[in-house]
Design a protein. Structure first.
Length: 412
């Protein structure tokens, strides 16, 4: 399923600029937008679940990935232009979507994944009806898309003349009106507690990874988190394991939120973390304390414990079970047991070691791509070599021979 071509195609999401016809005080790229959209979708979806509604998280996770792939293929066509083509030239719009799928025909070697991609494109283009059971999930994702776009506009508004923004702001606000029946959207638009939480998450958008060295393309911590989440899901598909719905959900959002503490601690680079033997544990302890004091108060009770489950021991395979006092307890487990005993929603399984593989793979690509572009440094070369050296040839971790994949990525 996961191959070098698809990985590098996804990585192009860090190079696609957004709002590039306006003045921008910082870089706005498509990968960051994909990340913020799913953070917002998570918040809105959790409020809908609290209201007793069914959210298809698996569909939403793959939909976000398909949207990113589509955007990468159509990077030169602005969204409003695409909508005009859809309304005024429906036949050409169908052909345009067929062209998008053709771009991935030789890249995606998983026939089931490609089939799901095709169906998604057909449904969102209006060729196939959206099943009733998916309509709420589709509305949540669309609402998150519109609100994350509005947030981008609000962040660049301070450096643009109002005349440039009036039409865009009006259209976005009109689009958002149709989603105000969603409780989470109401709270975000009126800037209640969930909005404050999103504001904290957005700080990861301004934090540049590898900030001690020049690099191309630059990647933010937030965009890196989405890339890791996507790679985690695709790596799990590569193993052939059919994950229970909660496992897919946990794996993706553990990847998406794995660097959440950096919203309040900032990105501490690996060499500094490893300056002493005990420093990694000390940093982790401090991160946990700061998250509980500064981030948890901004989280709704419906998802606060879950987010802590995602970020504590984030790189360990784990489950949740009840102890003798019927309290939830985190238990670390082996991958084989996750598959044979705990691949059920009631155990809340997480493939934390797969998240770690995806995290290292992302770091390797970030370093290697810049080196190949000719922007290099001792930091990048050492980071690349050290990441590869972490894994022996033939070593299997969570069902994946990761070294072979890493070697393929860095090959010419």
């Amino acid at each position: 399923m996961l191959n070098k071509k698809l990985i590098l195609k996804l990585f192009e999401g860090f190079s696609i600029q957004r709002w590039n016809d306006l003045v921008r005080p910082f870089e706005l790229v498509e990968m960051d937008k994909a990340a913020e959209r799913m953070v917002i979708a998570y918040i809105i979806g959790k409020y809908e679940e609290t209201a007793g509604k069914k959210v298809d998280w698996g569909w939403m996770i793959y939909a976000s990935l398909f949207e990113l792939l589509k955007k990468i293929a159509l990077c030169d066509i602005k969204s409003p232009v695409q909508q005009m083509i859809r309304r005024q030239f429906p036949k050409e719009y169908v052909k345009l979507n067929e062209w998008v799928l053709k771009q991935y025909k030789d890249i995606i070697d998983d026939p089931d994944f490609y089939s799901e991609f095709t169906i998604y494109i057909a449904r969102t283009a209006g060729n196939f009806p959206m099943p009733e059971e998916l309509k709420l999930s589709a509305r949540i994702l669309n609402a998150a898309h519109k609100f994350s776009s509005l947030r981008e506009l609000e962040m660049i508004a301070c450096v643009n003349e109002e005349e440039r923004l009036v039409k865009i702001r009006k259209e976005l606000n009109e689009d958002i009106q149709q989603y105000l029946d969603l409780r989470g959207m109401q709270l975000l638009v009126t800037r209640q507690r969930p909005f404050d939480f999103v504001m904290m998450i957005e700080q990861l958008r301004f934090q540049t990874r590898w900030n001690q060295t020049p690099r191309v393309p630059k990647t933010s911590v937030l965009g890196h988190c989405y890339f890791v989440a996507a790679l985690t899901v695709l790596l799990m598909r590569k193993t052939g394991v059919k994950m229970c719905p909660k496992r897919l959900f946990n794996d993706f959002f553990s990847g998406l939120f794995h660097d959440l503490p950096e919203a309040v601690t900032r990105d501490i680079i690996s060499p500094v973390k490893q300056a002493t033997d005990e420093l990694p544990n000390i940093v982790k302890k401090i991160e946990d304390e700061i998250v509980r004091s500064e981030l948890v108060p901004l989280m709704d009770d419906s998802y606060a414990d879950e987010l802590m489950y995602f970020t504590n021991d984030e790189f360990k395979n784990r489950i949740l079970i009840k102890d003798e006092n019927k309290k939830q307890k985190v238990v670390h487990t082996e991958w084989e047991e996750l598959n044979s005993k705990y691949n059920h929603d009631k155990y809340n399984p997480v493939d934390g070691r797969t998240v770690r593989l995806a995290d290292h793979m992302s770091a390797l690509i970030e370093a290697d791509s810049s080196i190949k572009y000719g922007i290099t440094s001792e930091h990048l070369r050492r980071g690349k070599d050290n990441t590869i050296a972490l894994y022996k040839k033939g070593q299997i971790i969570n069902g994946i021979e990761i070294r072979a994949l890493l070697d393929d990525i860095v090959s010419e």
